[in-house]
Design a protein around this ligand. Structure first.
Ligand code: PLP
Length: 502
């Protein structure tokens, strides 16, 4: 039920109590039950971020000249990030609202650079198959055609195929450090060498890695080179609101030099509202998020981030090794951490059914596809719950082995169908309809089956909600009707295909 705007305002404490009540419906991230979306430490730290945010919640970074405080915070965040990423004094950049904005901006920048310097009118960018979905959004928004680079057997970008894909229309090459689906780091050094030789910019998506890989390296982990120390790398996105443990709404995009960054800028000299210049996608830029990002970085410092990285990677390694020790499961690819995905190696164990069983035990886990798997974005906080998680995972696998029909029940059936229906356009259309329906006036958030399951279709990093599925109108709505609709259309299609033509 949505609340209409009250005719008379309500007392502040009543409003705050209502908000607190809404929060009780959300996934239980405070106890490490959620494996994506949230990078939470503890209540005190949350209050600290809140205080930093609150002090600047009215401040607006739209015009960097107006709030000198915000420009200073931004400059200091960017300078620290540039150093962390192995950049020199020429590296410059902008604080953005999140990883997606940073990725969108890189695609726009390189599209415009190629148009300005080489007259490229039909731009293409080379994306490894495992690129974050933000890149596909960028492709759609900015009309840069994605050319997909296949993965090798370790689920890294297959660099052997890269050079042949580069052509006059290529405006950028992407590598991830690490990629979202499997936590693997692409062979950035080899890709950067090709990019430099062919004169094509290369962006590294370190939205996940930017605030953990440098500290892992300081902690003694041997990682392949992936940052500005690689000659061909021309820009990097790194999120403060992920492993920088900042409040939501803070990422960075940095470029090797100002000539590149210039192509990100927007200027309108003829607007009746005045001559306008903006460095990024947003108009109003939330000062609170920048203040909280700066505060998080000052609070942790190098030693704090090293310790957080140590905890996250210990948790990651224990989960990876725990999964490898289960004969029915396999870790997908060779993840460097802090995230990973695992699938089934036993035909009797459907991994999505294992996901449902984990949901029934109170864990919110995401599903990945091609290959099918469960996903875990492991943070420092998860170190406290690793043993419980692995024990429940063993139980979940055992439960599915005993009852293989679980694969065709609950959300496992839906995820299985989504991953396996060969008509991808049909899946897209049905997801679009279902997703949009949540935004109708009576639209309820959608759960796929169980009360605790993980991601919902169309929002791969979305945690499951616990709400029930019928819309306020009482019409059959939500996942049940939606899955039936997709199954029906798929069955009709199969029948048509199998009916011999006369
Ligand atoms: C590799 C990578 N890039 C980009 C993003 C997008 O970040 P955001 O959700 O902050 O927009 C993510 C999110 O998980 C990611 O894992």
């Amino acid at each position: 039920m949505t609340e209409p705007l009250p005719l008379e305002g309500r007392p502040a404490d009543e409003v705050l109590r209502a908000l607190q009540q809404f929060g009780t419906q959300d996934p239980d991230y405070r106890h490490g039950r959620l494996w994506s979306l949230v990078y939470w430490l503890d209540e005190d730290y949350d209050r600290f971020l809140g205080a930093a945010y609150q002090g600047f919640s009215s401040a607006n970074g739209l015009n960097p000249g107006a709030f000198k405080s915000l420009k200073r915070l931004e400059s200091e965040v960017i300078a620290s990030v540039a150093t962390l990423l192995g950049g020199d004094d020429e590296v410059c950049g902008v604080v953005t609202s999140g990883g997606t904005e940073s990725c969108l901006l890189a695609a726009k920048t390189y599209r415009d650079l190629a148009r300005a310097t080489r007259g490229v009118k039909r731009p293409q960018m080379i994306l490894p198959r495992s690129a974050h979905v933000a890149w596909f959004k960028a492709a759609e928004y900015f009309r840069v055609e994605p050319k997909l680079l296949a993965l090798d057997q370790d689920l890294r970008a297959d660099v052997a195929r890269l050079e042949a894909m580069v052509n006059r229309r290529t405006v950028m090459i992407l590598g991830s450090a690490p990629g979202y689906p499997h936590g693997t780091i692409d062979p950035i050094e080899a890709m950067g060498e090709i990019a430099a030789r062919r004169g094509v910019p290369m962006h590294v998506d370190a939205c996940v890695g930017g605030f953990i890989l440098p500290f892992m390296e300081m902690n003694g982990h041997a990682l392949p080179p992936w940052d500005y120390r690689v000659k061909g790398v021309t820009s990097i996105s790194a999120d403060v609101h992920k492993y920088g443990y900042a409040a939501k709404g803070a990422s960075t995009i940095t470029y090797r030099n100002l000539e590149l960054l210039e192509h990100q800028m927007f200027v309108c000299q003829d607007w009746p509202g005045g001559v306008f210049a903006s460095p990024a996608l947003l108009g109003t830029r939330p000062g609170g998020a920048y203040a909280a990002a700066w505060a998080a970085m000052q609070y942790h410092g190098v030693s704090g981030y090293r310790e957080l990285a140590r905890r996250a990677i210990e948790a990651f390694a224990r989960i990876r090794d725990g999964v490898r020790a289960m004969p029915e499961l396999r870790v997908l690819g060779d993840p460097s951490g802090p995230l990973l995905a695992y699938g089934s190696r036993d035909p009797e164990v459907a991994i999505y059914a294992v996901g449902d069983q984990m949901g029934a035990r109170g864990w919110s886990v995401n599903r990945v596809q091609f290959p099918e798997g469960l996903h875990a974005m492991v943070t420092a906080q998860h170190l406290d719950v690793v043993e419980r998680y692995l024990a429940d995972l063993r139980e979940a696998v055992a439960a599915v082995k005993v009852d293989p029909t679980l694969a065709s029940k609950g959300s496992a059936a839906t995820y299985g169908m989504l991953a396996n229906v060969p008509l991808r356009g049909m899946v897209r259309q049905r997801v679009l309809e279902m997703f949009a329906r949540q935004y109708a006036r009576d639209g309820a958030p959608l759960a796929l089956g169980g009360a605790h399951e993980g991601s919902s279709p169309g929002a791969a990093s979305g945690a499951g909600d616990r709400s029930r599925q019928s819309g306020a109108s009482g019409r059959p709505s939500g996942a049940g009707a939606w899955v039936e609709g997709l199954a029906l259309r798929y069955a009709q299609w199969k029948r048509r295909r199998n009916t011999p033509r006369r």
